[in-house]
Design a protein around this ligand. Structure first.
Ligand code: 16G
Length: 252
């Protein structure tokens, strides 16, 4: 589809959809993530975007400026705006215990998940150890491919004791939102990171070549009383994430 056809306002603009510049931004982001506007291609000039969408140039400028600030497009003096090269890197603090949905929302990205597995199972030996469960206890598992504004970011496989998440199918978007609702949101976590080369299946899900660099992250999260609420094994795309840790001098 041409960009003019894709931006036809009849397809996406609505009175109930919130501020118009945000609706336009989302639509342009969709054009980028679906390949209608591939990386490094020029964005139509402001005047053309205004006539394609029926929006004012002020609204168009507000949308493109916000996208430039977030690194989705680059503005070059005299030659207009271009779609940024693929693989924006995300800088993620290692000191805040936040959820994927919260992290992405803070950056203005829309979160989506594709379900890989969701249900109640018998725990694997590794899950028994991590969650302090016996072989006959049950474990709730939710495994998802997580996307930020259409770009695959990570595969997350979470396991929780069934009494803390009795109905895994209730998790529609955010696991931490459901845990918070039930008074089981973790307050502390230990995370282990290691470098890997992605196997064929994981690489396929993440949209990269087999053997590409990835990060394996294991998060064990705790309730205020010290009980383990979550044991999550994730695989992140190595080209999308920078994890940042803050360190302080400890006075001995
Ligand atoms: C983060 C956590 C993951 C947690 C998820 C909840 C890392 C490496 N992992 O992605 O352990 O289960 O957030 O996100 O940070 P949600 O509330 O959006 O489902």
């Amino acid at each position: 589809m041409s960009i003019a056809g894709f931006l036809d306002p009849g397809l996406w603009l609505s009175d109930a959809g919130g501020p118009r510049y945000l609706q336009l931004r989302r639509r342009i982001e969709e054009a980028i993530s679906t390949g209608v506007l591939p990386p490094n291609t020029p964005l139509p000039p402001e005047r053309e975007l205004a006539s394609m969408t029926g929006l004012s140039r002020v609204t168009v400028r507000k949308a493109t400026q916000a996208m430039a600030e977030d690194g989705l497009i680059t503005q070059r003096q005299g030659s207009g705006s271009f779609v940024a090269p693929r693989n924006r890197r995300i800088e993620q603090s290692l000191s805040r215990l936040t959820s994927f949905t919260e992290d992405m929302a803070r950056r203005g990205f829309h979160t989506e998940s594709k379900w890989l597995e969701r249900g109640v199972f018998l725990p694997s030996p590794e899950e028994q150890v991590a969650l302090a469960l016996g072989p006959d206890d049950s474990v709730s598992r939710i495994s998802r491919l997580r996307l930020a504004s259409g770009q695959p970011m990570a595969i997350e496989r979470a396991a929780l004791p069934v009494d803390l998440l009795p109905a895994p199918t209730e998790v529609a978007t955010s696991l931490y939102e459901v845990l918070e609702r039930d008074g089981h949101r973790p307050v502390r976590a230990i995370q282990k990171l290691s470098a890997i080369n992605l196997g064929e299946d994981d690489a396929g899900l993440l949209g990269v070549d087999p053997g590409a660099a990835g990060l394996r992250i294991e998060r064990t999260s705790y309730l205020p009383d010290g009980r383990v609420v979550e044991f999550t094994r994730s695989i992140y795309r190595g080209d999308s994430y920078d994890f940042v840790a803050e360190m302080r001098l400890v006075n001995s």
